[in-house]
Design a binder for this molecule. Sequence first.
Ligand SMILES: Cc1ncc(COP(=O)(O)O)c(C=O)c1O
Length: 372
Amino acid sequence: MPVPSNRFWEQWLVAHRAKPEACVTFSLSPSPSLKEYIDELDPGMSLDWSSEDYQGARGLRRQVLDRYGYRPVCDVDDVLITAGAQEANYLALTQLLRSGDELVIDAPGWQQPIVLAEQIGATVKYVPRIEARGWALDLDRLEALVTPKTKVVFICNPNNPTGRVEDEQTLRAVIGIAERVGAHVVSDEVYRGLEWEGPPTPRVATMYERGVSTGSVSKLLGLQGLRTGWMVTRDRKLIADAMVLRENTSEIMNIMGERIAEIALRSDRFAAAVERSRLIGHARIERLDRFVADQPALSWHRPVAGLLGLAYLDRPITAEAFAQRLLAPPYNTFVMAGDAYACPRHLRLGAGGVSHEELELGLSRMAQLLAS
Ligand SMILES: Cc1ncc(COP(=O)(O)O)c(C=O)c1O
């Protein structure tokens, strides 16, 4: 069956083509340019892939384990390098789900698994995140939803779009529920490292044998264009199955992405880049929080991690209609409406991916429309 379209993608495509003057909905830390890596790249490097590794460059896999703290529980054979967290999710979900199986997923949360499950013919069951409790996962509901047909429990942690982080105790509870029926827990940890309060996000691959952590260099390091990420799991069969699927889709990784990511993840460079992303990201989240506080029509739970938050729009207009007006002249500003996440009264506010000036421009235009 063809992959179904969805409100997330449709809004994205329309806005991208509209070439807005400002965006207040993006999630990336500032992106470095190639210049920062060029001195350490070897111009004589062969672009022939044949002596590379199907699982991804071994040195890069080691860096992922070290920089993101998957050691000592996981080792180098537990990492598969992928084209971003998105490919890691795709490979894991496609190989774990069959028609008639159940996927249990946090809502609001990342929409990709829902699209894939629909295409596969699996049933999607939603575990609500409760806004009044800061978007906490409803664990009682999770318990009730999981059945022997459940093959995957998927959570986005830190959560896109709410910025909520589930702590270790909650993740243990999620694992306990999944383990009773032998289900995998796939945790999209792509925003890990951008926590603004509380302890770092727990890593599911280190906590559960059927735990799958996905991540990438896209968000924390702003290196989205490299298309380089990973899946970490102690389930070696899943790694092998994922490689079979990849062999039949994009086949292999791109060498340039792996090489540059390997440089970016060297310990000294990584520490400096993380410090910069965190400094800028924190100031941006403060700015968004002040903006929301100043707007009587908006309210939110300030994101605990990442550069996104979900704001309630208290106006007699849907978020979709508001976003359409904002994208049109004279505002020319993109904000994603929450119907991409089945939250039609919310806006996805994002502090990333644009310059300080562009963010300010977008916020002032949004304030104008809210005041009109
Ligand atoms: C939760 C989540 N997962 C995955 C992705 C895709 O990230 P990547 O660039 O690593 O494929 C995104 C991008 O917005 C995301 O928000």
